[in-house]
Design a binder for this molecule. Structure first.
Ligand SMILES: Cc1cc2nc3c(=O)[nH]c(=O)nc-3n(C[C@H](O)[C@H](O)[C@H](O)COP(=O)(O)O)c2cc1C
Ligand code: SF4
Length: 403
């Protein structure tokens, strides 16, 4: 059996796999409905959009509701470091569609929305083309919606709002999408990689996935061949970096999980297992599966300041703690990075990043705060250098606008 079941098949450069080839290669789904949900529980498949919630439990929460229901297949992929969702949709659109149709069947959803980032045109074209190959009864229930280009567009309540009102802004919860989402219907929002994995479980079973399941990892940053690697769950970080051609120079830290994840010192990172639960047990998170080494000659403070400034700029502007909290953290980080820190800046960062999580309507501020907390530990020496009111070459582009 293939070691790369998600991306197995024709060479990725050949583009989207046609329906007939997909079916001939993988065969029909053997499990559906409640049996498939049981298999998902057994598989321990976790969501691949970032939060890592158990997929079987999520399907059950929608399946148990009354009345018409809906499904959003989340392919917004707004995370700037992630490429895996668009690659999957581009190369294996029928696997994603199989997952969406099976999920809709299992949770009782009549309507399926493929929510694809507006910037991911090749992925949307592949999905559209694949849809045309599906039976008319399926096509009638499925539509494509193009997510606006913004970090928060892929947040689940923002996706629901966009489908309902054309505005991709997160809403405060409750109600959560599984209670009232698309058109007020209980709605399952599931990442496209999670759906593709469910489509494989429908063919091979939960026990197979538990022992032989894989995940897509975007390996980027200081590696020879940035790209998407499919690898068995639990693969050590060092191995996926090697599969991306290795890192040309010395590495001081790695960003794990994307902008929503955290920094890990290189010494600790290499042996960490890329497995949602085992990684969580080490105090780190898989997030959306990004692994990005930072070279030794780059400044961790400047890099963190750059990312948090980006995240602050991507706030949906609806909640005070997010707008002002992330903004203040970004401003303080920039000040420190360019060597113009003020007394107590470090204490402020420490306090604010501890207080911010959970204070917004969505988890956007939590991601930025977590990143800062990891930076304070991993880049303690860089912080000490900058707090002595010294800048560095890497921080120069951040100087504009710093008082
Ligand atoms: C700010 C923000 C942005 C998000 N962007 C995405 C995204 O682009 N794609 C995605 O699948 N999930 C994204 N999520 C997670 C979704 O809210 C949701 O948890 C996910 O789509 C559920 O699918 P999963 O359980 O299969 O991961 C984001 C969450 C937050 C807080
Ligand atoms: S926490 Fe931030 S991103 Fe989320 S809804 Fe509030 S302002 Fe928007």
């Amino acid at each position: 059996m293939s070691l790369t079941p998600l991306l197995d098949g024709p060479d990725l450069r050949e583009g989207a796999e046609p329906a007939a080839r997909h079916l001939a290669r993988l065969g029909p789904s053997l499990l559906s409905g409640p049996e498939l949900i049981d298999a998902l529980d057994q598989s321990d498949l976790r969501g691949r959009g970032g939060a890592g919630f158990p997929v079987g439990r999520k399907w059950r929460s929608v399946a148990g509701r009354q009345g018409p229901r809906a499904l959003i297949a989340n392919g917004a992929e707004g995370e700037p470091l992630s490429f895996k969702d668009r690659l999957l949709m581009q190369a294996r659109p029928h696997l994603v569609l199989d997952g969406a149709v099976l999920a809709a069947g299992a949770v009782g959803a009549e309507q399926i929305v493929l929510y694809i980032g507006r910037e991911h045109s090749a992925a949307a074209d592949a999905m559209l083309h694949a849809l045309a190959e599906r039976p008319a009864t399926e096509r009638a229930r499925i539509r494509i919606s193009r997510a606006p280009v913004a970090y928060v567009s892929g947040e689940e309540t923002a996706a629901v709002q966009f489908v309902n009102r054309g505005v991709a802004l997160p809403m405060s919860v409750p109600p959560r999408p599984f209670e009232a989402g698309v058109g007020g219907r209980p709605t399952l929002v599931q990442n496209v990689e999670s759906l593709a994995a469910a489509a494989l479980i429908a063919r091979r079973g939960g026990a197979w996935y538990r022992s032989s399941g894989t995940l897509l990892v975007t390996v980027t940053g200081a590696v020879a061949r940035p790209g998407v690697v499919e690898t068995p769950l639990g693969t050590p970080v060092a191995e996926v970096v090697e599969r991306a051609g290795g890192h040309p120079g010395s590495v001081q830290a790695l960003l794990l999980g994307g902008y929503f994840g955290g920094w890990v010192a290189a010494d600790e990172a290499w042996d960490l297992p890329l497995h949602p639960e085992r990684l969580r047990g080490t105090g780190h998170a898989l997030g959306c599966g990004v692994v990005a080494p930072l070279p030794a000659d780059r400044c961790g403070v400047a890099e963190t300041a750059r990312i948090v400034s980006y995240l602050a700029g991507q706030s949906a502007g609806q909640c005070g703690p997010c707008v002002f909290g992330l903004g203040a953290i970004a401003e303080t980080l920039r000040r420190i990075a360019v060597g113009r820190s003020r007394p107590d800046d470090l204490a402020r960062l420490d306090r604010w990043s501890a207080e911010l999580p959970g204070r917004g309507a969505c988890r956007h501020p939590d991601g930025g705060a977590g990143l800062v907390r990891s930076a304070l530990g991993v880049f303690a020496d860089d912080f000490a250098h900058h707090l002595a009111r010294r800048g560095c070459a890497a921080a120069r582009p951040l100087t504009a606008g710093v008082a």
